[in-house]
Design a protein around this ligand. Structure first.
Ligand SMILES: [Zn+2]
Length: 302
């Protein structure tokens, strides 16, 4: 009697183990749907292929700008039953930057998370990002007109391996003036940097990205001492003296967007985003003690 009961129990356990394994297998298959982006594929085409909305695909993968899909990127395909994802607030985030990163409305974010004071979010706070099935909402940290200008310039293949960040070390300035000054200093191509990000001084607006002629012509920079580094490094200068005053939020947002764009377009890894001071220790304080490279790196996509 005891033996046969034990046999039955064993058989039952075996069957339930098989069922459990089968379920886990199905779950793994279900959760593991990954799509690798191929040449000329768009987010909406990929979404259509899997029968999900473009917005849900964009939100699920935290893509801030669908125009910046790069070949080889692995996209997680959301299950249609998934309606939301969780995001942990990082240093430097605002509810506005999170909503634009995920391409959803700020009001949807505040209502979903019962947030009365959007200015009081804390680092480490968990935010629910609702996934909606609507049409694609193009959003980016950079304005569409700038993306358009950037897209029209084809970077020289394999030329750029590093991004070096500088400050102007002056409280106010603008790219055209810097261009004139650099020319007067004997640089025949003028402006030594490829890009300048304004702090709103002079005629430019706060966070405005100026594309220099060296980027348009894919010319070497003139922003660091070493010639070999100027040949391979993209120079970005933020206007301001960050030894005395922090960069503006809009400058940092533009810098994050520009770095992400350039990293994807030129296949520059995050580890190669650096500062002038790191390149030339002891030689310069550029871009100043109030500029934090680690916080920029934390905010960049992997
Ligand atoms: Zn510098």
């Amino acid at each position: 009697m005891y033996l046969s009961f034990s046999k039955k129990r064993n058989r039952l356990m075996r069957i339930s183990t098989i069922i459990l394994c089968f379920c886990m297998f199905v779950c793994i298959i279900h959760a593991g749907k990954i799509h690798t982006v191929k040449k000329n594929e768009t987010l909406s085409a990929i979404a259509g292929k899997y029968g999900v909305s473009t917005t849900s695909l964009q939100t699920y993968n935290g893509i801030s700008n669908p125009n910046l899909l790069f070949v080889g990127k692995k996209l997680k395909i959301p299950d249609s039953s998934i309606r939301q994802i969780q995001y942990t607030v990082k240093k430097g985030d605002s509810l506005g930057s999170i909503s634009s990163r995920f391409g959803i409305k700020l009001s949807d974010l505040t209502s979903k998370n019962n947030i009365d004071r959007p200015d009081l979010i804390k680092v480490g706070q968990k935010i629910i990002i609702p996934i909606t099935g609507g049409s694609v909402k193009k959003s980016s940290l950079l304005p569409a007109s700038l993306i358009k200008s950037l897209t029209s310039i084809r970077p020289t293949a394999k030329k750029w391996t590093k991004i070096i960040i500088h400050h102007s070390a002056t409280p106010t300035d603008d790219a055209l003036n810097m261009h004139r000054v650099h020319k007067a200093r004997g640089m025949k191509n003028g402006l030594a940097y490829h890009f300048v990000i304004s702090n709103g001084s002079r005629k430019a607006y706060d966070g405005e990205v100026y594309i220099g002629s060296r980027w348009k012509g894919q010319l070497d920079g003139g922003h660091v001492k070493k010639l070999s580094l100027n040949k391979t490094s993209i120079g970005i200068c933020l206007i301001g003296n960050f030894e005395k005053k922090s960069p503006t939020t809009k400058q940092l947002t533009a810098l994050e967007g520009l770095c992400e764009y350039l990293m994807k377009r030129c296949s520059v890894p995050k580890s190669q985003v650096t500062t002038h001071k790191i390149i030339h220790p002891g030689h310069t304080a550029c871009p100043g003690k109030l500029f934090s490279l680690p916080s920029l790196i934390r905010r960049l996509d992997p």
